[in-house]
Ligand binder design. Sequence first.
Ligand code: S3P
Length: 445
Amino acid sequence: MVLALELVPNTPHQVLTVTATQPPCFQGSLRVPGDKSISHRALMLGAIASGETRIQGLLLGEDPRSTAACFGAMGATISNLDQDWITVQGQGLGHLQEPTGVLDAGNSGTTLRLMLGLLAAQPDTFFVVTGDNSLRSRPMSRVIKPLSQMGAKIWGRQGNTLAPLAVQGQRLRPAAYSSPIASAQVKSCILLAGLLTEGDTRVSEPSLSRDHSERMLQAFGANLTIDPEACAVTLHGPAQLQGQTVVVPGDISSAAFWLVAAAITPGSDLLIENVGVNPTRIGILDALWQMEADITLENQRLVTGEPVADLRVRHSALKAAQFGGDLIPRMIDEIPVLAVAALFAQGSTVIQDAAELRVKECDRITVMAQQLSKMGGSVTERADGLEIQGGATLHGADLDSHTDHRVAMSLAIAALTASGTTTLHRAEAAAVSYPSFFPTLEKFC
Ligand code: S3P
């Protein structure tokens, strides 16, 4: 396997070329970068808590850098991110400074949506927030609607639904919001707005989304009541937050690329060390187990409130399966690479109830179906998911990431299995969550 990553002259873009020679070999061990969701939350809570927060293992991808830049612009003192331990000197709740410029969340939906809850709830301050082309086309009404019920004043393009957004911070009133979608970004936005709000702010969702905010808010001293039966959380505000130490585990969303790569490549035996295995995030393990993948959890432990384990994956014959319902929010970011695994399973795999994929960094249903089909995969788009025929023999093709990090990495894994040469345009998108992805991939080739 020969990999080459080249800059396209006079553009910020990179092209990955993968040429089949001998098959890759996924053996040995590796670590993946820090969990993106936990990294954002550690920076944000550190910035609004009183005192110092120390963070180890922060993801140094573009998304957390956007969060750090936004909170830095609002007065938080964040040490050099490229160090083992990072310190954040918090300003205390309600003391974010009004920046003179626009807050830019880049490609990061988590940065923009979570931050919006904090900004909307801080009286007497005015903020303008935006993001890149992708983020400016993603729906913001899902957070603006509940915040408006709490009294927030937010304006944006297209009937206050799209960024750039202007926020006039207000003293909010508590609300009980029943979210129509299982979204940790929506849930977290409302809870963060509740921090400065007098009374009980309650949010419920149709099934449980990732609960990193709940865990970290409690660790920082917020008073929460969690009702798992009702998939509901109540924050008793106002809160007092105190800076903490956060050790960020490896991101299971990044580990998923290696889980699939090793599962579909004969001869593989790979140990992925120090991966976060929070139950609300391990839908990808449940899905791969359902497909009869050979994955075991070793050395399970709890690290600053989050379950962590080493994941051992060996090659095995995969079987097709049907996925939907409550499993989907628990593996929403891993579905692009799960689609690649399904191409190598015996039978037809159906993924449904996953319409949320259409409003991620790109429309991941359309884009994955189009790109994998170009390689000879039989992948059919459904309104709310994908249907994938297994037993594929892929050939090289001219692919495009559509500037979506998870699409870029999923297609790179698919390219390893293809005959001939695959060209992947806008491959640089991987740096959003996994800057060292291509050098790591090269080691296995
Ligand atoms: C995230 C929540 C999920 C996920 C995203 C990160 C978070 O989004 O897709 O990558 O950190 O809260 P939704 O809340 O929109 O499902």
